[in-house]
Design a protein around this ligand. Structure first.
Ligand code: PMP
Length: 283
């Protein structure tokens, strides 16, 4: 299949990036992942807004294609014949001499790929996932969607090695987020709770959409710290992301959440989110 790299649609096999690219040398770069359903990208505006925020936060120059980005992403999906799946896009400052403070002279690197996958029929949507709680060893600008993902890779590998599907990170205040998702709990009173936005977690586009859909459905949503203790006592816990959508968490460490299946509120929000996506695709 084709990728888009620095102004050209080209076969991935022959695409080339300089070894002096600052992403390779310094891990300097940011990315986005956007869900594609029936030929429509979900909340593309939010993803591109976050891309702009990440670029600004890193002091990176946007790629010259920035004004046409949405069209290029759609074009790539069409050329690849992908109607259900995702687009991954990555921006780096491009190549410079190997110096921390070198100023890029060339264009920013822009890389886009599409991947066909039916995320709406993933078994974990109904079956749920199990998670291991691990200390959040990441840096303190987690609001920037950086490609520096070593802590996430290590956490996910550790979870897998211990028989879990994924990880929830915890810091000195409470749970921050999943390794690549945001976490919500439902309280006994039926209130939805998720950690407030700050530089301690990523502002998930799905998180925001779920908050909006929940409030539209008349539910109470609180953005506040969730302690480890509260997480353990919650009758329902779920994770949100562009590729998870809304996924029930059925076991946390060695403790079963609720009755070990998908909770009523989680199911309701999952259905509302899928209905929202399908309505987009129908327009
Ligand atoms: N937190 C982290 C650390 C992530 O990597 C992701 C996935 N992008 C999310 C949250 C969820 O964000 P979104 O809903 O925009 O996919």
């Amino acid at each position: 299949s084709l990728i888009y790299l620095n102004g050209e649609f080209q076969p991935a096999e022959s695409a080339r990036i300089s070894p002096f690219d600052r992403a390779f040398l310094f891990g300097e770069g940011i990315y986005e992942v956007c869900l594609l359903v029936n030929g429509r990208f979900v909340d593309m505006d939010s993803h591109l807004a976050r891309l702009d925020r990440s670029l600004a936060a890193c002091g990176m120059t946007p790629p010259p294609e920035r004004p046409q980005l949405e069209r290029i992403i759609n074009d790539l999906a069409r050329r690849n014949g992908v109607t259900n799946g995702l687009a991954y896009l990555q921006v780096t400052p491009g190549a410079t001499p190997r110096s921390f403070t070198a100023v890029p002279q060339d264009r920013a690197t822009l890389f886009i790929l599409t991947q066909a996958q039916d995320f709406l029929s993933a078994p974990h949507l109904s079956r749920g996932i199990t998670v291991q709680v691990q200390p959040d060893i990441r840096w303190l600008h987690r609001d920037i969607k950086t490609i520096m993902l070593l802590p996430q890779v290590m956490a996910k590998r550790s979870a897998l090695a211990n028989g879990f599907d994924d990880t929830i990170f915890i810091d000195e205040q409470g749970i921050t987020e999943g390794s690549s998702s945001n976490i919500f709990i439902v309280t006994d009173a039926g209130t939805l709770v998720t950690r407030p936005l700050s530089d301690h977690l990523l502002a998930g586009c799905t998180r925001q959409r779920i908050i909006t859909l929940a409030r539209d459905a008349g539910m109470t949503v609180e953005e506040r710290i969730i302690t480890r203790d509260e997480l353990s006592r919650a009758p329902e816990v779920f994770a949100t992301s562009a590729t998870y959508l809304v996924v029930p968490i059925t076991r946390i460490d060695d403790h079963v959440v609720g009755d070990g299946g998908i909770g009523t509120v989680t199911r309701r929000l999952q259905e509302a989110y899928i209905a929202f996506i399908r309505a987009l695709a129908a327009t």
